[in-house]
Design a protein around this ligand. Sequence first.
Ligand SMILES: Cc1cc2nc3c(=O)[nH]c(=O)nc-3n(C[C@H](O)[C@H](O)[C@H](O)COP(=O)(O)OP(=O)(O)OC[C@H]3O[C@@H](n4cnc5c(N)ncnc54)[C@H](O)[C@@H]3O)c2cc1C
Length: 583
Amino acid sequence: MHHRYDVLVVGAGGAGLMAALYAAKGNVSVACISKLYPTRSHTGAAQGGVGAALGNVQEDHWEWHMFDTIKGGDYLTDQDAAEIFSKDVIEAVYELEHMGLPFSRTEEGKIAQRKFGGHTREFGKAAVERSCYAKDRTGHMILQTLYQQNVKAGTTFYNEFHVTDLIIEDGRCRGVVAYDLSTGEIHTYHAKAVILAAGGYGRIFKITSNALTLTGDLMSIYYRKGLPLEDMEFYQFHPTGLSKLGILVTEGIRGEGGILRNSTGERFMERYAPTIKDLAPRDIVSRSIITEIREGRGVGRDGDAINLDLTHLPRETIEQKLAEITDLARTYLGLDPIKDLVPIQPTAHYAMGGIPTDVNGLCLSDGHGGSIEGLYAAGEQACVSLHGANRLGTNSLGDLIVFGRRAGIYAAQYARQVDYGTMPENPEAESKDMLNRMKNASGTDNAALIRKELQETMMNNVGIFRNGPDMEKQVEIVKELKARYKNVSVSDPSQRYNSELMEAMELGFMLDCAEAMTASALNRTESRGAHDREDYGERDDANWLKHTMAYKDLHNDNNVLIGYKDVSLKGYTRAFEPKPRVY
Ligand SMILES: Cc1cc2nc3c(=O)[nH]c(=O)nc-3n(C[C@H](O)[C@H](O)[C@H](O)COP(=O)(O)OP(=O)(O)OC[C@H]3O[C@@H](n4cnc5c(N)ncnc54)[C@H](O)[C@@H]3O)c2cc1C
């Protein structure tokens, strides 16, 4: 089946819905394709809130937010993106309020705000209340609000359609190909502009907070075309996932006063970050937890967790402000945070890197200003490089609404100016081949086993602490898993809802993301933000103040080519920080 829209959006999370809404407001026809029903997108799991310097509870300024974002990103953040973001996110939050998003309120009726890791006032002096929240269901409310607004604006939705290919010809994007999960049919979509917003890829790790569907599909599709993925080595582990399960325990819980304790009951963050203690940025807290565990002060049966203590908080705070997570601890661990300590461990959480874009969402084809006409990206799968080497909590939801909106506006503007380009003949041929290969393969290898091995080895070899020999080992492991993947066969012949086929395809995407991440991480011989190398412990601005651009070598499937891109600077350097560094 063939369709035609001025603007096509892939993904219906916060970024996709914001982009679709703004494209629809731009007087063009808009369709949004999503492999999930929109309100089931991972954005719905975001609990903590969206950071914006509204100053409702305490004095705050966008310049302070900009500085925190850059410092949190360990100076790899593009400072032009951080400036736009910190200014625009204020207005974007009010806009969501006016669309009807039910934010929690202060006593005077303003949007309530709470503290979050790494967010400070006066350039690092003390923590500030900046996170705007709707209890611990902020992301859920964002999705519901934006979905309703899209329905009102006339966006057409293709739900449970899995995008399998992007059509790019002569440097311009022409559309996409998608597989209809409910019928097994292939659809082609011809468009003037396409916006990619397909989310993260945390599923390449064993312990992750990410939904089952976060498999990096569009990053891989982009990369397979010889186009670059930026800063893939920077992957954030959230310090607090429920032990063994990875399910996220929001940082908001520490914002409300939750404390991390080791097996001796010590509040160990006092040793690692004396000023902001449990609210230090995520990379610092994750590494502190792993250090405690490695030094034998872990808790739980395997000694591989740390306790989160909420028992000193008022019952109402736990029941009302942290309702969702209280429920998860009760359901999955049989523990009641009101009286029990909750065992947690770091969980793979957020991709700082992804498809490179400029500040208007336009996708970049190299590190020197090249771009793909008509192709935009936003959200976790994109890298406008707002988060640099490490994202601050609450800055992702802000990123979705600020840069999702910009991508929508600029894509619609472009679509109004151009004609439909020509679609190549048989645009669906490659997707058909890929699916048929898997359906008809006679190999005996099993996708689930390969996936399990990928997740375990990525966790061990390219996880929180990294070193050269382990990552070199991982390069070989990924090669071997890719070779085995070629022999994977799908036993279920169904046309309708063939989840085995979809999961096998997703595994191929995950292998690409893992390959790009491992090569980029091995190449960067310094420690910065979330990228922590035991063999290169220091940050090295002289050699590494630059973004990595990883390309698949189209002449040798197992080779990754590395290029670089400059960091945009606007005056903030480490010299600007108060001394000593306050955490
Ligand atoms: C548990 C959890 C809690 C979080 N809490 C916070 C928080 O409090 N504050 C904060 O700022 N950030 C938080 N984050 C991070 C933030 O929520 C995510 O980074 C953000 O929601 C990603 O949004 P997105 O729109 O980019 O993608 P998603 O919301 O993940 O949506 C991806 C969309 O892409 C679609 N898709 C994917 N692949 C395909 C394909 N091949 N074909 C068609 N469609 C496809 C999916 O159907 C989906 O609609 C949290 C993340 C997690 C996992």
